[in-house]
Ligand binder design. Structure first.
Ligand code: ATP
Length: 232
């Protein structure tokens, strides 16, 4: 298997408390990977280590074979990231946000972003702050995808969306997967939100992966241990 993401004994500690520990994972390229775990499980910490926003206390993290620890511009150029609250600059128009992205990224694909937002009928002249939550999520996603990432990382992208916006958001993600050859890593509290879209699953608890593998296998193992509930 081609590896999109590999961590070895990855850990991050705040004072005496480990937010993530003993995290060893090898995740396949070209897959859609769900990272599921309850509050405080370490999901955001792992995603921020992958995107180079945090530097590990111990261990290594590689994105497509390159060291992703903070500072590796080459590795991070390949990663698109939408943070948990995807705080768009509310006062700027969608066009302004696209222009800023173009100024900051060498591989920026403005026509692609404009086409995707056009298909969703999101007006580019509107201020980001005046868009609905679902539209803002789509803009944040379009900005991450315009970077033409090999790995797209989404931190709890569905958390604050209504069911229709969730469905539309996942449709855009899946269209991007079909069109561009990307690997997607996205987190959630709830397996059921991602089950249909994902083909790989990592269950995180207490800062350490408990189970990881092809989604049907992990879910079969998980249900044997916990019964029919789908919550992590
Ligand atoms: P949530 O679903 O609530 O976002 P999570 O799975 O993303 O949770 P993290 O945000 O990665 O979990 O947090 C993992 C642990 O690290 C938690 O116990 C959290 O309190 C702790 N933690 C996170 N950030 C900090 C920080 N800046 N300082 C101290 N502890 C932190």
């Amino acid at each position: 298997m081609n590896t999109a993401l590999e961590t070895k004994s990855l850990g991050l500690r705040y004072g005496k408390a480990w937010a993530l520990r003993d995290c060893t994972l090898r995740l396949p390229a070209g897959s859609v990977i769900a990272l599921v775990g309850p509050n405080g499980a370490g999901k955001t910490t792992l995603l921020q280590l992958v995107t180079g926003l945090l530097h590990p206390t111990e261990g290594t993290v590689e994105v497509l074979g390159q060291d992703a620890r903070a500072g590796s511009a080459e590795a991070l150029a390949k990663v698109g990231f939408v943070a948990q609250e995807h705080p768009l600059y509310q006062g700027f128009s969608v066009s302004d946000l696209l222009r800023m992205g173009r100024a900051l990224n060498l591989r920026w694909d403005q026509p692609l972003a404009e086409r995707r937002l056009g298909e969703l009928a999101i007006p580019l002249a509107k201020r980001a702050g005046s868009l609905s939550g679902g539209q803002q999520a789509q803009v944040a996603l379009a900005l991450a995808l315009a970077k033409r990432p090999a790995l797209l990382v989404l931190d709890e992208p569905l958390a604050n969306l209504d069911p229709i916006a969730r469905r539309d958001f996942m449709r855009t993600v899946m269209a991007a997967v079909a069109e561009d050859e990307i690997t997607v890593l996205l987190s959630s509290h709830v397996i059921a939100d991602l089950e249909a879209a994902c083909d790989w699953l990592v269950l995180l608890k207490g800062g350490t992966p408990q189970l990881a593998g092809a989604i049907e296998e992990v879910l079969a193992g998980h249900r044997m241990l916990t019964g029919p509930r789908t919550d992590a």
